[in-house]
Design a protein around this ligand. Sequence first.
Ligand code: GRF
Length: 218
Amino acid sequence: MSKLRVGALVSGRGSNLQALLERSAEPDARFAIVLVASNHADAFALQRARSFGVPAAVVERKEYPTRAQQQQAMVELLRQQEVDLVVLAGFDRVVGTELLVAFPGRIVNIHPSLLPAFSGGLHAQAEALAYGVKVSGCTVHFVTETVDGGPIVLQTAVPVLENDTAASLAERILAAEHQTLPRAVDLIARGLVRVEGRRVFIDAACESKEMNSEVEQR
Ligand code: GRF
């Protein structure tokens, strides 16, 4: 069975990428990471990609006259690898028209809060703590022109504890991210995700049937 071809855009440490790479290496995985591209040459995520034998590209802003041209370069790379789905796995820039037009409805992002709370910034965990919420978490959503505003695929809630610091809360949310992102990509790869307007439906009946038939096949 052919696998969904996933391209990941990254900017830093790449722990979410690692979770995706590990899931993609499992025998029942329905997706393959075929390209990792970073806007920072020193992103550790690039090393993680290489250690899995995945092509790792650097597309730095300073190499291009405009941000649009930089993003168009990413589009070309993703197209060369015949990518079906683009995953923003810790990508620290807003996705522009070039990517949105090239991959309509085929870009997902992981954000470290329960959207729509604490959207937009790079410090969602600290903002959640400062606001005093008792529950936060992570969200995987489709990417649209509204930053962090696209249809929500999956969310995982994480408690905020009384002795939390921004770092300890971020660590607890990150552990949830590492489960949630590969699961969302897996569901998309299995064709179980349907978008209707703002709402995303997951065909749970098919999911359990699929899982059962996999068990039978083993
Ligand atoms: C994660 O918290 C993710 O939710 C956010 O950026 C961070 C990336 O971490 N978008 P990593 O590079 O995957 O370790």
